[in-house]
Write a protein that binds this ligand. Structure first.
Ligand code: SF4
Length: 293
């Protein structure tokens, strides 16, 4: 691997043999030559590098409602980019072809021409786009690319959107928050065991991210992917809605339909169940929508 073309990662500690990545709550300890859980941050001789800086594998122009964002410049189109990799491994992932890409696919990126933050601004300008989203996979794992692009967007009057699972440590979040205009955060369940066993994550980390974003008065919408027989416990969903209300009752909640996709054997969420959960959420929140129907 030619390290001259790689971008150094931020938020890590090194003792020369192993590094500790401090970007997300996984806080991976990574020995020389290996990558962390997300597969895209590699220890090379005691320095952590991003393998996905400038290497998006999905670049599309979408309606902003597809993020989903319903209360942020509705009707706009948004340049949307994503890379390989994720810091979770949700067994029901709806985007696993890129989020859970294997080592060989990630290594093949070395040959892919870099699409720089400047190139992304040029694409926006050429297409008269005023919005850019970091989405499709988990943007936290391409943090450096996202941050440099977001800073450049600010200078060019382009608004930025981060669509995330919220699994990021507070320090890197606070470091980027001023450059992101709107967030959509996935809140997958209100049960920490669900986060641990089905997603390999931590509920509290996502809750803290939501609190921090709201404290900074940034636009935030939340997505809850409803999966029949897995996260459809009504009491837990009531608690989830109460939590959002306690942060800000104006926050928009999207209750999205799940489809069988990856490892978990699930049924497509029945529309009746989505509507029932929407009615429950409306007891606490003003802005609730069903999605993927
Ligand atoms: S960003 Fe990746 S390498 Fe860093 S702690 Fe999270 S999963 Fe581990």
């Amino acid at each position: 691997m030619n390290i001259n073309h790689l971008h150094k990662a931020s938020f890590f500690l090194s003792d020369k043999e192993k590094v500790k990545c401090l970007l997300c709550p996984k806080e991976c300890i990574i020995v020389d030559g290996k990558t962390g859980f997300c597969g895209v941050r590699k220890n090379i001789d005691g320095t952590l590098y991003s393998l996905v800086y400038g290497k998006p594998v999905a670049v599309h122009i979408d309606p902003i409602e597809k993020k989903p964002l319903y209360h942020f410049y509705p009707g706009s189109e948004i340049l949307s980019i994503g890379t390989f990799g994720c810091n979770l491994s949700c067994q029901f992932c709806q985007n696993h072809d890129i989020s859970q890409a294997d080592k060989h696919k990630i290594e093949s990126l070395e040959k892919q021409k870099e699409l720089t933050p400047e190139d992304l601004i040029s694409i926006c300008k050429k297409n008269n786009l005023e919005f850019l989203a970091f989405t499709y996979n988990e943007p936290v794992i391409f943090y450096e690319y996202m941050l440099e692009t977001a800073i450049l967007c600010k200078k060019n009057n382009i608004k930025t959107v981060m669509v995330s699972n919220g699994q990021i440590n507070p320090k890197p979040l606070l470091n980027i928050i001023e450059f992101i205009d709107a967030f959509n955060i996935d809140l997958k369940s209100f049960n920490d065991n669900f986060y641990k066993e089905i997603c390999n994550g931590k509920l509290e980390a996502t809750k803290e991210t939501i609190r921090i974003i709201a404290e900074h008065k940034k636009h935030i919408e939340i997505t809850f992917l409803l999966i029949k027989d897995f996260n459809d416990n009504e009491q837990e969903f009531n608690e989830l809605c109460k939590f959002i209300k306690s942060v800000n009752p104006e926050i928009v909640l999207h209750i999205s339909r799940a489809f069988p996709r990856y490892k978990l054997e699930i049924k497509t969420t029945p529309v009746d169940l989505l509507n029932k959960f929407k009615d429950t959420a409306l007891k606490y929140l003003k802005n609730v929508y069903t999605g993927n129907v």
